[in-house]
Design a protein around this ligand. Structure first.
Ligand SMILES: Nc1ncnc2c1ncn2[C@@H]1O[C@H](COP(=O)(O)OP(=O)(O)O)[C@@H](O)[C@H]1O
Ligand SMILES: [Mg+2]
Length: 231
């Protein structure tokens, strides 16, 4: 079987077949959390992000919105190396995406060049009108053993608005600044020799709205979890 045929098979699998082909769960579902699984079939690999087995109203009502947020950002960033390709929307609750053969940044030992490339990747993402919004902590930033960076988990993203939509674009700018401050934090934490004085300034959340905007993504999640836990 060729890799192409194996990939075609993945593209036709049902949710149950995909779960049966899972070789690893990065994360197991909770009331408001998806399963995130590595699927391997022959030579083909993919990551399955699936809210389809989460119980209750969250799964029915909110999960499709979160999944749409993620899928639309991945589609907008389709040409950007370092962002996984969107292979397939399994249905409103499940996405099949490219597997990035990489490790979460805090657990990896990224070389200096990886930090430079990550900077360029985040800049290119912002130029395409997407701010990630959930890069703090580093679990959504991966790096492979050739120092190539990847960004995953676009649920908290914000997209730039039309030019006249100044309030929205201001929020976009705040979230983009939060992304850059997450990179400053990575340097301060894991590559002190690369951290500038400015990084030390920026890596701590400042007061006021900047801090609020920086944690918008996390607030969305926490809110969702709060309500989800009560369903
Ligand atoms: N495309 C991918 N390639 C490799 N690993 C991935 C990929 N997508 C997610 N992961 C791993 O799974 C973890 C959870 O996925 P994520 O999309 O961050 O879910 P959540 O929105 O619940 O945080 C990530 O932190 C990462 O380690
Ligand atoms: Mg995540």
């Amino acid at each position: 079987m060729s890799a192409d045929t194996d990939m075609e098979a993945l593209m036709d699998m049902t949710r149950d077949q995909l779960h049966a082909a899972a070789t690893r769960y990065y994360k197991k579902r909770g009331p408001t959390e998806p399963d995130v699984a590595l699927i391997e079939y022959g030579a083909a690999r993919a990551v399955f992000k699936d809210y389809g087995r989460a119980p209750g109203w969250f799964n029915r009502l909110i999960a499709p919105v979160l999944l749409w947020r993620e899928a639309s950002a991945l589609a907008a960033l389709d040409d950007l190396a370092g962002v996984p390709r969107l292979y397939r929307r399994v249905d409103a609750r499940g996405l099949l995406i490219e597997h990035c053969p990489a490790t979460a940044w805090p657990q990896a030992r990224a070389g200096d060049i990886a930090y430079q490339r990550l900077d360029a990747l985040v800049t290119a993402m912002h130029e395409r009108g997407v701010a990630h919004g959930d890069l703090r902590g580093g679990g959504n930033i991966l790096v492979d053993d050739q120092d190539r960076p990847y960004l995953v988990d676009f649920v908290s993203r914000i997209r730039r608005g039309r030019p006249w939509n100044l309030p929205w674009n201001w929020i976009f700018g705040q979230l983009a600044a939060a992304d850059r401050s997450a990179l400053a934090k990575l340097r301060v934490r894991h590559a002190r020799h690369l951290a500038t004085a400015d990084d030390y300034e920026r890596h701590r959340p400042s007061t006021g709205f900047a801090r609020f905007a920086r944690s918008v993504g996390q607030r969305i999640r926490r809110g969702v979890r709060f309500f989800g836990a009560r369903s």
